[in-house]
Ligand binder design. Structure first.
Ligand code: SF4
Ligand code: SF4
Length: 467
């Protein structure tokens, strides 16, 4: 690892000057093969982000494809599959597995998520920054515009930029909240008079202003100082992690193009001027690097012009730079990948093998038993959740010998629970006292479809007199 002359990158941030004031960054417009790939991926992800909340309307699906409604319906849809509060253990498990997967992914591939997949970077670099380039020009023009006095040109450009930023922030807020409350509710809220929905209106305006503030002022600080994932990467990366890195063995000593003793780096600073977080990757892996790969493209362009091998900056592990060996996955990384695949398989298995009907049948709290001749009667509470996406008719049966089930408030034995709804009911169970084990007998209930398909089962206790 090479340090700059003062080694100052270790104890100061590129975006803060000595007096502690923010240094505004003017990164140059990126270009190159990797940037083109990022663009395609980013626009694809943006398309997915904006279209997904509407998919069920476009294709006439019954359920939203993705919905994380923690506000109104208190239910989730993932790939059209409904999840309710009864499935919270899947979410808890999913969250743990997700965290583990992120840690494993980072130890292998570094901070690729930040540069290529994170919505913050995608919106900043592929939407807001591109609007800025379009209105104000490349880095030097932006610098000049910022320094100049407020004249007609500056007022026109700045007001157009901030107006577009504000509109975009409003759109992004509504898109993001649509993933939570759904497009139908969103439409209803937008069309309603704000007076009818003050809370919603204020929340949406506040979120819009926060997003506007992030892209107008906060920018790279989000990744370098605020995001906990970014702060944690230092402890997740190892010498064998693949990160955007400078091949110092090849590049050093820096020198002029014609210097025969110099390495491949001509110290042109192209990799620094393009960096959206303002760092010099030649100082080694730094907390601020979001692995956006803009410096790889910039340096490749210089190497191409010098007719030298590309990838003086590339995706390398510290180990592969040190030993000059080609990168290959280490045993640790292979083990991590196996764990990752197993974790994903576990989530998929649990998710797709959930019961469509969740039933809990428990003896009515606080009740004991009543006696009617030689029959003992217990009262049970039925809680059913229908996650199947259709209304479901069902029967409750028990294999307990000669037990009789009687549903309170129901005219037939066939019960119905509407799609996505919870049904609460009460039933009486009569059992001949001769058949009971004693004061407490276990009884199992089966919840079946009309064709006999077993949806779920539930076990409870049946109380009776002492024998
Ligand atoms: S150092 Fe390179 S990869 Fe890292 S943030 Fe800067 S330009 Fe992107
Ligand atoms: S772009 Fe390449 S050659 Fe230029 S300073 Fe960066 S590493 Fe050196």
């Amino acid at each position: 690892m090479i340090q700059d002359e003062e080694g100052s990158f270790r104890d100061s941030m590129t975006t803060v000057d000595e007096s502690g004031k923010r240094k505004w960054l003017f990164p140059k417009k990126p270009f190159g093969a990797l940037f083109n790939k990022r663009k395609i991926l980013s626009y694809l992800l943006l398309f997915i982000m904006f279209v997904t909340p509407f998919l069920h309307k476009i294709f006439g699906f019954k359920n939203p494809v993705f919905l994380f409604d923690v506000v109104f319906r208190k239910e989730f849809f993932i790939f059209g599959q409904q999840f309710t509060s009864q499935d919270s253990f899947i979410f808890a498990l999913g969250l743990v597995l997700f965290m583990v997967a992120i840690i494993l992914f980072t130890t292998i591939f570094g901070r690729v998520w930040c540069g290529w997949l994170c919505p913050q970077t995608i919106f900043m670099e592929m939407v807001f920054r591109r609007i800025e380039f379009w209105i104000e020009g490349d880095a030097n023009k932006q610098r000049k515009l910022n320094k100049q006095d407020w004249n007609a040109e500056k007022i026109k450009k700045k007001s157009l930029k901030y107006f577009l930023f504000l509109i975009l922030s409003w759109i992004i807020t509504h898109m993001a909240v649509s993933w939570i409350i759904g497009v139908e509710k969103m439409q209803e809220m937008i069309l309603d008079n704000p007076k009818e929905n003050w809370t919603f209106f204020i929340v949406m305006m506040a979120l819009t202003l926060i997003i506007y503030g992030v892209y107008m002022r906060f920018r790279e600080q989000m990744c370098t100082t605020f995001c906990p994932y970014g702060r944690l990467q230092g402890v997740m990366l190892g010498k064998d992690s693949m990160v955007v890195a400078y091949d110092y063995n090849r590049g050093e000593p820096k020198g002029k193009k014609k210097d025969p003793n110099a390495g491949d780096c001509i110290d042109c600073n192209a990799c620094v001027t393009v960096c959206p977080t303002g760092i010099d990757i030649r100082n080694g892996t730094q907390m601020e690097c979001v692995n956006c790969t803009a410096c790889i493209d910039a340096c490749d362009d210089i190497m191409f012009k010098l007719k030298r091998e590309p990838k003086l900056i590339g995706f390398f592990s510290e180990e592969s730079i040190e030993t000059r060996k080609k990168f290959s996955f280490s045993l640790r990384q292979k083990a991590y990948m196996v764990v990752l695949v197993v974790l994903m398989a576990v989530i998929a298995f649990i998710t797709f093998n959930r019961t469509k009907i969740d039933a809990v049948i428990l003896r009515n709290p606080g009740s004991t038993y009543t006696v009617n001749g030689n029959k003992i009667i217990n009262m049970y509470k039925i809680d059913m959740v229908n996650k199947s996406g259709d209304d479901v008719q069902f029967l409750i049966e028990t294999d307990f010998p000669e037990a009789e089930l009687q549903f309170i408030g129901q005219s037939s034995d066939t019960l119905v629970v509407a799609e996505g709804k919870v049904m609460n009911g009460v039933m009486l169970v009569n059992i001949d006292s001769e058949k009971l084990d004693g004061m407490k007998t276990m009884i199992n209930f089966q919840i079946k479809g009309l064709d006999g398909t077993l949806f779920d089962s539930s076990e409870s206790t049946f109380l009776g007199p002492k024998k």
